[in-house]
Design a binder for this molecule. Structure first.
Ligand SMILES: Cc1ncc(COP(=O)(O)O)c(C=O)c1O
Length: 427
C-alpha cells in the first residue's frame, strides 16, 4: 500500500525504497525467480493469500515491488501492478472487469495499437468495444449499456494530442456504476494525475516518458482504491467467491485493494506477463529524473510547436493552444496548467509527399515507432503505428495520410527547429 506524505520530486527519487541487507543505496536487481518458505504453513498461507510475501517472480519480486510502490505514490493510488508492456497492463487490468459478452466504451482517439487490441483481439475473449469520440461526452454516455463494465480513455491521446475531460467522463462512468480507466502514458504523473479528477484505474506504458530512452518495455496498473465493486452486481469477478482461491472474495477479503490483489493473484498468475526485475530497475532509476526531463520536454515541445504553427508550409499543428477547437484550450488550462506533453501531430500543406520528405530529410529526429525518448522522434502514423486501421478510423484518430507525429526530445530546441526548417524549405 502506498503512502503519499512527500512532494512529487522527493517521491520520484525515494518512494518504494526499502533498507537492503547489503546497505545498497539503490534498489538492487533481485534476479531470482523463487523464494524459500519458512515452513509448510508459511507456504500454504502465502498460496492461499492469507499472508502477503514473495512466492515466485511471476507474481511478485522485490525490485518490481519497489517500482510498483513508487508509481502508486506518484499517481496517488493505493496499489500498483507492473506488467511486461503497456498492452499487457491493459489486458491484465480488464481481465478483472470483463467476461465474455461484456462491453467496454473506449475513445476513438486511442493509440492505434490499442484500437487494434480492443477492436480485434479482445473480441476473441468475447469482449466487445464500443468506440466513441473522447470529445463527445454525450456519445460516450449513450454508448453505455447494461453490459458495459468500464470506460477507457487516454488522458492525452497519441497521436492527436486530444485532452480528455477526465472529470466529465468520470462522472458519466460513476453515474452508470462503472469505473473510468485512464491510460496516462503520455503525460505521466509528473504532468497530470487522473485519480485527482475521478479516474478509478490508471494505466501507463513504462516504455515512453517513464523510462525515457527506448531501452525498456513495461506497463503499470495503478489502483485508486476508491471504486466500490460491491455497489451493483456488475463486478462478479471481484466480488463473487473465486474458485481458483478456495472461494475467497477479492472485494470482501481485500476491500479497497481488491483490484490490485486480483491483478496479481489472477492476472499475473494466469496471463503471465509480469515486468522483468531488470526492467523495474532501469525504470526506477529513470523515474528519479522524470520531473526534470518532463520540464525540458515541455519547453522544447512548446518551442517546436510555435515554430511549426508559424511556418508557411504547415497547415495545422495539433498542439492544444493552436487547436481550432477552443474547448481543448479550456481543458488545457484545467488539466495541464504546467505545460503539455511534447508529443503532437502536424499536418503539412503538401500532404503525404511533404510528410515523407520531412521524415526522410530530418537529421536530428529519428524515424522510429516510439515516443517519449530523450531523442526527438518522428513517424508517419498512417503507414506505421496506425496502419492497420480503416480510413475512417485513421481520420478519427488523427492519423490520416497527411499527418506526421513528433515526439520532441531533450536536445537544444534551436537545433531541432533548424533541422525541421532546413527540410521544410525544400518541401
Ligand atoms: C498511449 C499508449 N498506450 C499504450 C501503449 C502500449 O505500450 P507498450 O508498447 O509498452 O505495450 C502505447 C504504445 O505506443 C501508447 O502510445
Amino acid at each position: 500500500m502506498s503512502e503519499n506524505k512527500q512532494k512529487f520530486n522527493t517521491s520520484a527519487v525515494h518512494a518504494g525504497e526499502a533498507p537492503d541487507a547489503t546497505g545498497s543505496l539503490h534498489v538492487p536487481i533481485y534476479h531470482n525467480v523463487s523464494y524459500s518458505f519458512k515452513d509448510s504453513g508459511h507456504a500454504e498461507r502465502l498460496f492461499g493469500l492469507r499472508e502477503f510475501g514473495n512466492i515466485y517472480t511471476r507474481l511478485m519480486n522485490p525490485t518490481v515491488g519497489a517500482l510498483q510502490q513508487r508509481l502508486a505514490v506518484l499517481e496517488g493510488g493505493i496499489g500498483a501492478v507492473a506488467t511486461a508492456s503497456g498492452h499487457a497492463a491493459q489486458l491484465t487490468a480488464l481481465l478483472n472487469l470483463l467476461q465474455a459478452g461484456d462491453e467496454i466504451v473506449a475513445a476513438k482517439e486511442l493509440y492505434g495499437g490499442s484500437i487494434n487490441q480492443f477492436g480485434h483481439t479482445f473480441k476473441q475473449f468475447g469482449w466487445n468495444t464500443v468506440f466513441r469520440s473522447v470529445y463527445d461526452l454525450e456519445g460516450i454516455k449513450s454508448g453505455i449499456t447494461n453490459k458495459t463494465k468500464a470506460l477507457f480513455i487516454e488522458s492525452y491521446s497519441n497521436p492527436s494530442g486530444a485532452i480528455a475531460d477526465i472529470e466529465g467522463i468520470a462522472n458519466i462512468a460513476h453515474e452508470a456504476g462503472i469505473p473510468l480507466v485512464v491510460d496516462n502514458t503520455i503525460p505521466t504523473a509528473s504532468l497530470l494525475r487522473p485519480i485527482e479528477y475521478g479516474a478509478d484505474i490508471v494505466l501507463a506504458s513504462l516504455t515512453k516518458f517513464l523510462t525515457g530512452n527506448s531501452t525498456t518495455l513495461g506497463g503499470i496498473i495503478i489502483d485508486s482504491g476508491r471504486f466500490d465493486w460491491t455497489q451493483n452486481d456488475k463486478f462478479s469477478l471481484l466480488v463473487e467467491p473465486d474458485q481458483s482461491y478456495h472461494g475467497i472474495s477479492f472485494a470482501n477479503d481485500f476491500k479497497e485493494l481488491a483490484f490490485t490483489v486480483r491483478s496479481i493473484a489472477v492476472g499475473l498468475r494466469d496471463l503471465g506477463a509480469p515486468l522483468a526485475p531488470h526492467s523495474a530497475f532501469t525504470t526506477l532509476t529513470a523515474i528519479e529524473t522524470l520531473p526534470l526531463r518532463i520540464e525540458k520536454h515541455i519547453y522544447n515541445g512548446a518551442k517546436v510547436a510555435e515554430f511549426l504553427h508559424k511556418h508557411p508550409k504547415v497547415a495545422e499543428v495539433y498542439y492544444p493552444q493552436y487547436r481550432k477547437d477552443t474547448n481543448q484550450q479550456t481543458l488545457q488550462k484545467k488539466y495541464f496548467p504546467n505545460g503539455v506533453p511534447s508529443v503532437f501531430s502536424v499536418k503539412l500543406k503538401g500532404g503525404i509527399e511533404a510528410g515523407e520528405k520531412l521524415i526522410q530529410g530530418v537529421k536530428l529526429f529519428s524515424h522510429v515507432a516510439n515516443i517519449g525518448d530523450s531523442r526527438s522522434l518522428i513517424i508517419h502514423p498512417a503507414t506505421t503505428t496506425h496502419s492497420q486501421l480503416s480510413d475512417q478510423q485513421k481520420e478519427e484518430s488523427f492519423s490520416s495520410p497527411g499527418i506526421v507525429r513528433l515526439s520532441v526530445g531533450l536536445e537544444d530546441a534551436d537545433d531541432l527547429i533548424a533541422d525541421l526548417d532546413n527540410v521544410l524549405q525544400t518541401v
